[in-house]
Design a protein. Structure first.
Length: 173
């Protein structure tokens, strides 16, 4: 159990990696407006496209996390005193897998997230902890329809792609 569980109902997690303390986290939602120039240089805006969300987390994973009701025996059972190294390895593997995972932040959980960038900082005073920065993005998955060859005939394709001709003018149907 991490110290964040004292304040939040759920643990903060990046995939399967539990964060002991969150220094900062953010979620950004952005929309892009289309702009088309018309007469006299004015832009018309006729569509809004929602961009995939982006996330940042700055967190700490300690080799000696706060254990409520825990003991030294539980710490050793859970992998010994190199928990920070194991957490860094798990984050690198999560990035290398390139598979979407769940991100649990303080306010909300998000699905279909991938890691874009990982950075860790360590010095003489922080050699028993992992202090890291993680930049993540949402992957927008789109469904696909299965087209059966029996449902699409050559006539259907021809009718949709060949313009009709009427007195020398092309008419698209």
């Amino acid at each position: 159990m991490s110290i964040t569980q004292l304040f939040y109902i759920e643990e903060t997690k990046i995939g399967s990696v539990t964060i002991d303390a969150v220094i900062s986290e953010s979620a950004t939602s952005k929309a892009t407006l289309t702009k088309n120039p018309v007469e006299k240089g004015a832009d018309t805006t006729d569509h809004i496209r929602i961009e995939p969300m982006t996330f940042t987390s700055r967190g700490i994973v300690s080799d000696t996390p706060v254990q409520i009701g825990g003991s030294l025996v539980n710490l050793v059972k859970n992998g010994g005193f190199r928990i920070s190294q194991q957490a860094w390895d798990k984050l690198l593997i999560l990035q290398a897998k390139r598979e979407p995972f769940e991100l649990v932040q303080g306010l909300k959980s998000y699905e279909n997230i991938v890691i874009e960038q990982l950075t860790y900082t360590q010095d003489a005073s922080t050699n028993n902890v992992l202090i890291f920065d993680c930049t993540m993005s949402e992957i927008v998955l789109v469904g696909q329809d299965e087209v059966n060859a029996q449902t699409v005939t050559e006539k259907d394709t021809y009718d949709r792609t060949t313009p009709l001709v009427d007195l020398g003018r092309k008419i698209f149907g």
